[in-house]
Design a protein around this ligand. Structure first.
Ligand SMILES: Nc1ncnc2c1ncn2[C@@H]1O[C@H](COP(=O)(O)OP(=O)(O)OP(=O)(O)O)[C@@H](O)[C@H]1O
Ligand SMILES: [Mg+2]
Length: 387
């Protein structure tokens, strides 16, 4: 979405230049109205101020916005371009000034502003980069409390590598999701705001639902209001997981501990299934049932990775006992450490907080050896032959 503030311009007149494919333009007759529209949409990133708006008012607006919402770009149109106006505008934080009749310059300025906003927020904006072919990685365990959220959050943070790659972490634990808490991210926009886009989710719509968390790391957070989780249909998850890989290098999905339709939609969209267990009999039994279920649903074996969390817990089971139940390689052993809940309480993933910690090293090694180094293995999306 883009806000176009110009009392003299009829809606739609400038829209093709201001917008990009899939991105809507809403018009505001006054700057006060533009302000209200901005306040109502924390994901808004571009305001175009038309030539009919008073220069001083436009500059005051831009100056305030620069401090309140630095990610939002302001593009200013003027009847004629004068050096004095340009200098004043740049000083006030306006990103570009274009002549009123120069629609191609306006389109270019809007595209540049969106690209800059994408860099500032870490959320890719539609029309500002190449279409990606990202990998979807779903982290699942049928037993609660095994460490799915811990692994998903840390895997996503490790893959983002401080902005080297773009990663979106999706919280599919719709009723009790705590990705937001683990990353200290305010759930202003959540998946529930995507309900109005059902049937026509595009990159612009998807990006408006995301929360920027760290450089390169965005999150699609779970709803916060009680009852909202039930309103989210599995088809919305499928649509989002179709679009997000075109915007990010990696999409990591955290799940609830149940084989819901939403989880199956994520499994369908995934290039990699990461199945988590701990070394105790109930968790191992549930992993065995999960593996049999995935076989029954005809998901490919080679897209699976089994990760043993709290692998060093002395609970009377040997590695042979575990291997006998799992019947396939365990690709990562993540040790137990009180530093994990400490990092959760701090709201900073342990891979970022303590990168040399044995837990961080185990997760980083797994990411390097089985996610980053094996694009060929996970190249094809998982397809069930029948359900
Ligand atoms: N390797 C570990 N060492 C110590 N504590 C851990 C480890 N992994 C996870 N934990 C802790 O165990 C608890 C459960 O972890 P987490 O929330 O990641 O599990 P989950 O599978 O997502 O749970 P749920 O099914 O409720 O969503 C958390 O308090 C977390 O800090
Ligand atoms: Mg969880």
């Amino acid at each position: 979405m883009t806000i176009l503030c110009d009392p003299a311009t009829r809606a739609g007149q400038l829209s093709p230049a201001v917008g990009v494919v899939g991105s809507n333009v809403i018009t505001a007759a006054t700057l006060a109205e533009a302000d209200r529209l901005l306040a109502a949409d924390p994901a808004e990133l571009l305001v175009v101020i038309g030539a009919a708006v008073d220069l001083d008012e436009a500059l005051t607006f831009a100056e305030a916005l620069r401090f309140e919402r630095p990610a939002v770009g302001v593009v200013l149109q003027r009847e004629v371009l004068e050096i004095g106006t340009l200098t004043q505008a740049l000083r006030a934080g306006v990103r570009e000034v274009v002549a009123r009749d120069d629609l191609s310059s306006l389109a270019d300025a809007c595209a540049r502003s969106r690209a800059l906003s994408a860099q500032v927020t870490g959320i890719p904006q539609p029309g500002t980069g190449e279409r990606r072919h990202g990998q979807v990685i779903t982290v699942f365990s049928a037993k609660g409390g095994c460490g799915k959220t811990t692994l998903a959050v840390n895997l996503a943070a490790m893959l983002a590598a401080g902005g080297e790659r773009s990663v979106c972490l999706v919280d599919l634990d719709l009723a009790f999701g705590d990705v937001g808490i683990c990353l200290r991210a305010e759930p202003v926009r959540t998946i529930v705001h995507g309900l109005g886009m059902l049937g026509h989710v595009d990159a612009a719509g998807a990006s408006s639902l995301l929360t920027a968390c760290r450089p390169g790391l965005s999150a699609l957070l779970a709803p916060v209001e009680p009852g909202d989780a039930e309103r989210v249909p599995a088809s919305l998850v499928s649509e989002l997981l179709d679009v997000l890989p075109t915007m990010f290098d990696y999409v990591v999905v955290d799940t609830p501990s149940a084989f819901s339709e939403h989880v199956l939609a994520a499994m369908d969209a995934s290039h990699h299934h990461v199945l988590l267990t701990t070394p105790d009999v109930p968790a191992l039994k549930n992993l065995r049932v999960t593996l049999d279920m995935l076989d029954l649903l005809s998901y490919a074996h080679d897209i699976r990775s089994i990760v043993l969390n709290r692998s060093d817990a002395k609970v009377g089971l040997t590695m042979d006992d575990i291997q006998r139940v799992v019947r396939s390689d365990i690709r990562a052993h993540v040790p137990s450490s009180r530093d994990v809940p400490i990092s959760v309480n701090k709201g900073n993933p342990i891979v970022l907080d303590l990168p040399r910690h044995p837990v961080s090293e185990a997760i980083s090694r797994f990411a390097r050896e089985h996610v980053l180094a094996e694009p060929a293995v996970v190249a094809a999306k998982s397809k069930r032959w029948f359900r």
